[in-house]
Each structure stands twice: as structure tokens, then as C-alpha cells.
Design a protein around this ligand. Structure first.
Ligand code: AMP
Ligand code: MG
Length: 417
């Protein structure tokens, strides 16, 4: 087992070991956010035929050469095509057909005059412009033709994809499965939030943070409860989670007398691939794969900020890979540090920062208390400034990479354009 990997080494090792989950067939209307397994090839043409883009009159341009407001021309209106209707017969020379938006253009017509350029007559219409060929005509097949490849496998389905699926008549689609994640908390000091806590006890919050992080990622969490600090208790709870794709436990992976997670994992046939990552917060992180099932196991550190930050760096990318995402990492922006940061070389630091948009770019202010026990600091910040392993300190005014955790940072109270 390797010990003390860099963040990059640990991520690479995890992602190499992470499988992409197989396909499942689901209702297209429930597929937003899912990743397509198949190519979607059109079996339809859209629009199915040339159609009118306006309410007006279908005509032949050659009948209206030289027409203007000063020299209007009268044409007989031979029939009407409402939206959803059909042309009764081809348009003959010298005729007009009343037509509405979305209705198919009669054969023989080559343009539509919008009704504002006419007297809107019923039996006869007075036309006051000289149209160009194809004016106000939407081409049949302008959006897609039969056989067009409309969506490629690997696409992350969004609202427009669901609309396109509907327009080609797809009601079911094949997408990657969502990973099931079993979540375990461990520690004799922990109590559930609805229980009275003695002074020596800590309310367990990690499983709630982790479950929400799983859901935000698109995975399906289940909760295994709190295991006391005995190998038997940990083993019993972990066994209950062996059916999931991923097991995430928090706490108990340090080297203290009461940290049994590593030993239990070995016993469950899960030799650790590595232990310890050169980062702060979050050094004591364990990763292994259960040999018999291929289930990924993450032993995350117990301090609430360490738990959340290590989930972001290691578990979330793995879950995204499993669900078929190609872009597995959070967005990173460049920001200017408002205050300097002191650190020692040897670990990569993730510094919780508040972000502000200014005329000069994004300003990042480190949150006052960077203790890994202060979870409220993650509410106050929107991102993590990434201070490289070898850096000793960073001056105020320096440019740093900031990993965005809260995409709400990009939402705006004012329009912005
Ligand atoms: P450990 O890794 O067991 O040494 O735990 C490190 C710190 O994290 C201790 O202060 C624990 O009380 C705290 N901790 C562990 N598990 C949880 C949890 N589920 N919720 C909140 N804090 C926790
Ligand atoms: Mg503990």
C-alpha cells in the first residue's frame, strides 16, 4: 500500500480504478442530467414540410413583381390552410391562399406575404409588397432530416435535448446508471441529530453533508447509520453496505487506537490502494477496492470540512465518471487573493474563500477560521483556493486558482448585460 500521495496521484489512481457503469432504459422525460449511452439518429424530418413562419398569404413571387404600397395588387383567395391543416390543391398562377403560422405551404407557392402587408381580405386580398422567394417560409427539414445524428453518446442531457428527443418521438432512452453510495459514520462520540447530546458527544453531521453531496452529483445515497469504535460494529455496518457501488465512511481512518476502519476493510477483502494524501484539510484518506465485488471504498477523514473537501476532490469525480461524465472535475477560475496566506511546503492547501465579482475580475477572501472542524465556513465561502504543495506562502494580490463549489456564485441579482 502506498502512503502520502499527492492530490493528483491519488485522483489518478482512483479514476483509473473507477468503472463506468452500464446502461439502463428510462423515460425520456426523466432523463435530464443523465448521460446518454446511445446515439440518437433521427427517424423524422423537422419541420416535416415547408411551412409558413407568419400569418399571411401564400403566393407566387412572379405574380407580384413591382407590387408596392403605391401599386398594390389584388389576388383571389382560393382557400385557407390553418395550422395543422393541409393544402387543398396546388396554388395556380395569379392566386393567393390564406395561411397561418406553422401551416404547410401549398405546392406551387414560393413565398408568404405577412398579413400586415395586406388588407387581410377574405375572398380577395390586396397585397402591398413585392416579396422575395422563400420570404417567411420555414424550410422543411431546416432543424433535422431523417438519418441525422442529433445527439451523440456521452451527451449530458439538458432541457433542449429532452425537447429534441420528443420531436423525434423518443419516449425512452438508454443512459448510464447512477451509482448507489452507502454512507457510514463512525465514532463512539457521535449521536444522531434528533438525540440529546451530552457534553462529551458530537452530533453527527457528516452523513447528511455526504448524502447531499451524493445527490447533488446525481448519485443515490443510502445511510448505514453510526458505527461505534469497535471492529465488530464497523464490520457489521459495512457489510450492510456491500451491495452498493461505492462505500463512503467518515472518521476512524487515522492511526489512533480507536481507528479500526483500515483493519476492517482488510478483513472484508478490501486491501487499501493508498492511505494519506498530501493535502490540508484531509490528510487521512483511505481508498481501496473490494476484490470480490469491485466496490470502491473511501475512508474519509472525520472532521466535517475534511469530509466535505475530500468528497469533492476524490469521491465526486469518481461518481461522475461512473455515471458517464467526461468532465468529472469542478470548474476552476483565476482570482486575486485579498489577504495573504501562510503555509508550510509539503501539502496542497484548499483554502475556503468568499468570492466577489469586481471590474478587475474575481476577488477571493480567505474565510477567517480555516479549522477543519468549522463547517459553517463552507457556507460562507463559495470556493476553495488551491495553494500548491510546494508553496510556502502567497502574498495578498497574487493570482490563485479557485475551485468553484457553489455554482450559485455565477447567478446574478442584476442582469449583467
Ligand atoms: P476521527 O477521524 O475519528 O479522529 O474524527 C475526527 C473528528 O471528526 C472528531 O472530532 C470527530 O468528532 C469528528 N467527526 C467524526 N465523525 C463525524 C460526523 N459523522 N459528524 C460530525 N463530526 C464528526
Ligand atoms: Mg473517531
Amino acid at each position: 500500500m502506498r502512503e502520502g500521495l499527492t492530490v493528483e496521484e491519488a485522483q489518478n489512481l482512483i479514476l483509473e480504478a473507477t468503472p463506468i457503469l452500464g446502461a439502463e432504459t428510462i423515460s425520456a422525460s426523466d432523463s435530464a442530467g443523465r448521460i446518454l449511452v446511445e446515439d440518437i439518429v433521427s427517424t423524422r424530418r423537422h419541420p416535416p414540410a415547408d411551412c409558413s413562419a407568419m400569418d399571411g398569404y401564400a403566393i407566387r413571387r412572379e405574380d407580384l413583381l413591382g407590387t408596392s404600397a403605391l401599386q398594390p395588387r389584388q389576388l383571389p383567395v382560393v382557400y385557407e390552410v390553418p395550422a395543422g391543416g393541409q393544402a387543398l390543391r396546388p396554388l395556380e398562377s395569379g392566386e393567393a391562399v390564406r395561411i397561418f403560422t406553422g401551416a404547410p405551404l401549398p405546392p406551387g407557392a414560393d413565398a408568404v406575404v405577412k398579413q400586415e402587408d395586406t388588407d387581410m381580405g377574405v375572398g380577395r386580398v390586396e397585397i402591398r409588397v413585392e416579396p422575395e422567394v422563400r420570404d417567411h417560409v420555414r424550410d422543411g427539414g431546416e432543424d433535422f432530416e431523417i438519418g441525422d445524428r442529433l445527439i451523440e453518446a456521452g451527451a449530458v442531457l439538458g432541457p433542449a435535448h429532452l425537447g429534441v428527443l420528443a420531436s423525434v418521438g423518443r419516449t425512452i432512452v438508454s443512459v448510464h446508471q447512477r451509482p448507489r453510495v452507502a454512507i457510514l459514520s463512525g465514532g463512539d462520540e457521535l449521536v444522531e441529530p434528533d438525540r440529546p447530546a451530552d457534553p462529551g458527544q458530537i452530533v453527527s453531521s457528516n452523513s447528511y453533508t455526504l448524502a447531499a453531496q451524493c445527490r447533488e452529483t446525481g448519485a443515490i445515497p443510502s445511510y448505514l447509520g453510526i458505527a461505534g469504535d469497535t471492529p465488530e460494529a464497523i464490520e457489521a455496518r459495512m457489510r450492510a453496505g456491500l451491495g452498493a457501488d461505492v462505500l463512503v465512511s467518515s472518521a476512524g481512518v487515522s492511526v489512533g487506537d480507536h481507528d479500526h476502519v483500515r483493519d476492517v476493510l482488510e478483513k472484508l477483502g478490501c486491501p487499501l490502494r493508498f492511505w494519506g494524501v498530501l493535502m490540508k484539510p484531509g490528510y487521512p484518506l483511505a481508498f481501496g477496492i473490494i476484490e470480490s465485488t469491485g466496490q470502491l471504498v473511501f475512508g474519509l477523514p472525520g472532521n466535517p470540512v475534511s469530509t466535505a473537501v475530500t468528497f469533492e476532490q476524490f469521491v465526486r469525480p469518481a461518481l461522475r465518471k461512473m455515471m458517464g461524465h467526461r468532465a468529472v472535475h469542478r470548474p476552476v477560475v483565476q482570482a486575486t487573493l485579498r489577504d495573504g496566506i501562510q503555509k508550510r511546503a509539503g501539502r496542497l492547501h484548499f483554502v475556503r474563500v468568499g468570492l466577489e465579482r469586481t471590474r478587475e475580475g474575481i476577488l477571493a477572501t480567505p474565510i477567517g477560521n480555516q479549522s477543519s472542524g468549522v463547517l459553517t465556513s463552507l457556507i460562507r465561502g463559495q470556493g476553495l483556493a488551491v495553494i500548491p504543495l510546494e508553496s510556502e506562502s502567497v502574498e495578498a494580490g497574487a493570482t490563485v486558482d479557485v475551485q468553484i463549489l457553489d455554482l450559485g456564485f455565477f447567478d446574478r441579482t442584476e442582469r449583467g448585460f
